[in-house]
Design a protein around this ligand. Structure first.
Ligand code: HEC
Ligand code: HEC
Length: 201
């Protein structure tokens, strides 16, 4: 009986030793983390890839395929002088507004950008928060009602919050993600408003 216990002890410690050796040899070295390729304790050897946005003027650039279905498309053209977007200066709208986009050869922003997904929120006379005309105590009780708008939704005003120019680089790690598009052409246009409730209803 005593021997059995001893044997069991030896086996257990051997297993533990093997497991811990395995763990040690598989340690992730900090140099391999991130894009720096150097110790996180030294700034000396850090080389940063230059940010190089496309310089083709709007109308001459080539659209970039979507990363996945309904992804916000990357901005393929030069944005020199357009960013940052301010309340008084949003040049993106001047070309992408549906009423003018076609004549500018630009893609009109989609219906999702002409929709308000948020409840109308205000304080009532007693200082209570009203959403879509109702006093709500728990915000998860709100049923979101999509409201089509005549003009761009305020939540979409800051285009560069979601749409970014693409920087040309040779140093970025390879992207192994392969998107699956469910329909023909969905790698170059979007339809989010048509199936925004998918999986919810
Ligand atoms: C002078 C007109 C003009 C301005 C200003 C402009 N764009 Fe564009 N945009 C275009 C045109 C034209 C295209 C189509 C590609 C091309 O022909 O260069 C385009 C393409 C795009 C696309 C790609 C759409 C797709 O389906 O792939 C996005 C996203 C975009 N622009 C966003 C922006 C944002 C954000 C701004 C403001 C920072 C902006 N654009 C300012 C004319 C313009
Ligand atoms: C909150 C994030 C967000 C903001 C802000 C935003 N977009 Fe988008 N945009 C998207 C997403 C996501 C899509 C793709 C899905 C869809 O159809 O809505 C898209 C699609 C587009 C498309 C492609 C339309 C098509 O038919 O394929 C254009 C053009 C565009 N946006 C322009 C703009 C412009 C210009 C602005 C600023 C006025 C803007 N967006 C602001 C997220 C955003």
């Amino acid at each position: 009986m005593k021997l059995d216990r001893l044997a069991l002890g030896i086996i257990t410690s051997t297993v533990l030793f093997t497991v811990s050796t395995f763990a040690v040899t598989n340690t992730v070295k900090e140099e391999s983390l991130g894009l720096r390729n150097t110790s996180i304790y030294s700034e000396d050897k850090v080389t940063v890839d230059k940010t190089q946005y496309g310089s083709d003027a709007p109308g001459t650039s080539k659209k970039i395929e979507r990363a996945f279905e309904n992804a916000p498309p990357m901005i393929p053209h030069d944005v020199e002088g357009m960013l940052p977007i301010t309340i008084d200066n949003n040049q993106c709208i001047m070309c992408h507004e549906p009423a003018v986009a076609q004549s500018m050869g630009a893609v009109p922003y989609p219906k999702s950008h002409l929709t308000n997904f948020r409840p109308e929120t205000k304080l009532d006379k007693d200082g209570k928060i009203e959403k879509d005309g109702k006093i709500i105590t728990n915000t998860s009780d709100i049923k979101v009602v999509e409201k089509p708008l005549e003009t761009l939704a305020g939540a979409r005003f800051n285009c560069s919050q979601c749409h970014a120019p693409q920087s040309m680089t040779t140093e970025a790690p390879k992207n192994n993600f392969t998107p699956e598009f469910r329909g023909v052409g969905l790698n170059s246009k979007s339809n989010l408003i048509d199936n925004i409730e998918e999986g919810v209803k």
